[in-house]
Design a protein around this ligand. Sequence first.
Ligand code: HEM
Length: 340
Amino acid sequence: MASMAANKLVVFVLLALLGSSNGDGYTSPGSIAGGLTVGHYKGTCDRAEEIVRDAVKNAIRGGGGDRGVGAGLIRLFFHDCFVQGCDASVLLDPTPASAAAPEKAGIPNLSLRGFEVIDAAKAALEGECPGVVSCADVVAFAGRDAAYLLSGNKVYFDMPAGRYDGRVSLASETLPNLPPPFAGVDRLKQMFAAKGLDTDDMVTLSGAHSIGVAHCSSFSDRLPPNASDMDPELAASLQQQCSSSSSNGGASGDNTVAQDVETPDKLDNKYYRNVVSHRVLFKSDAALLASPETRSLVSSYAESQRQWEEKFAAAMVKMGGVGVKTAADGEIRRQCRFVN
Ligand code: HEM
C-alpha cells in the first residue's frame, strides 16, 4: 500500500510539471481544468471506476481469463486517442445508415481486441447509473486498469475523466494518424507531436510492447532474407513460428507471436532490455536504439523499472488528454458501439 501511495504521489507531481497547453488544440493533464478531473463520477456514479475495474479484472483473471485481452485494452486506448482524440470513436460499429466505414475497419485496427470488455463494463454502468459514464472514459479507465493488473499492480495511477463520446469515426483517418511498425524515429516523433506528445512520451509509451502479440505480417520486413539488425537467434525463432502451420494464425495464415520473448504477459521494463539487445519485432522498436535522440532514455529505462513505471503512468494520463470532446461536440453514448 505504501508503495502504491508513493507511486500516486509521483504521478501527481509529474502531472503538475507537465505543460498545460500544446498550442494545437489538444488538452493535456496540466489542463485538467479544461475538462478532465480525477474522481469525475463522484456523486453521479460513485462506483463507476470500480465497475470498470471489475470488468477488466474478470476478463483478465476470471474463469477463462486472458491476459492478452489486457494488452488489447491498453492498445485500444492508444488507438482511440490517436484518431479523433480520446472519444471512443474506435468503438463504433458500421451501421446500414453510416456512409463510410468506421475506424474499426481501418487496417491498423483490424487486430484490436477487448471490445467485449468495454461492452460488459458499459452494460453494468448503464444498469447502475444510466446515461452518465462516457464510453471514452470507460476506454481510458480500462486501459489504466489493464496496466495495473498486467504490471503486477506496479503501474498505478489516477485517470482524470469527463470525456464525451464522439460521433465521427472514419476508417480513412486511421492510417494517417496511427504510426506504422516500419516507421523510423523522425516519423514516430512527428506523429506523436501531432497529438501533443513529445519524444520522451513516445519512447515511454512504446514500453507497452512488453506485452501482447503481433502478427507476422507486422514485422516480416525484418526477417531473412531481408537485412535487419535483429538478433539472429530471435530472427530464426520468429521465422520458424511464422512459417509453422500451428493454429495461432487462424484462417488468415498470418500467425501471431509474443512481443516480449522474456516476460510476454508482464508489463515491465524488459521491453527496453530487448531493444538494447536487438530482440524486438518492429522497425519502430529497433529505431529507438538506433537514434541518439532516444537511445539514452531506452538505456535508462532498461536499468530502472521504477523510473519507467512512473513515467509510463504519467504518459498514459497525458495521452488520455488528447483531443478530448465536451458536451458541445460530444454525447454520452448509451451503447458504446452506436451513436445515440
Ligand atoms: C510507437 C509507435 C507504435 C507502433 C508503430 C505500434 C505498432 C504496433 C503493431 C504493428 C502491433 C501489432 C499488431 C498486430 O500485428 O497484431 C502493436 C501491438 C501492440 N501495441 Fe503498439 N505501436 C506503437 C505504440 C504503442 C503504444 C503507444 C501503445 C500503448 C500505450 C501500444 C500498445 C500495444 C500493445 C499492448 C500491443 C499488443 C496488442 C495485443 O496483443 O492485442 N503501442 N503495436
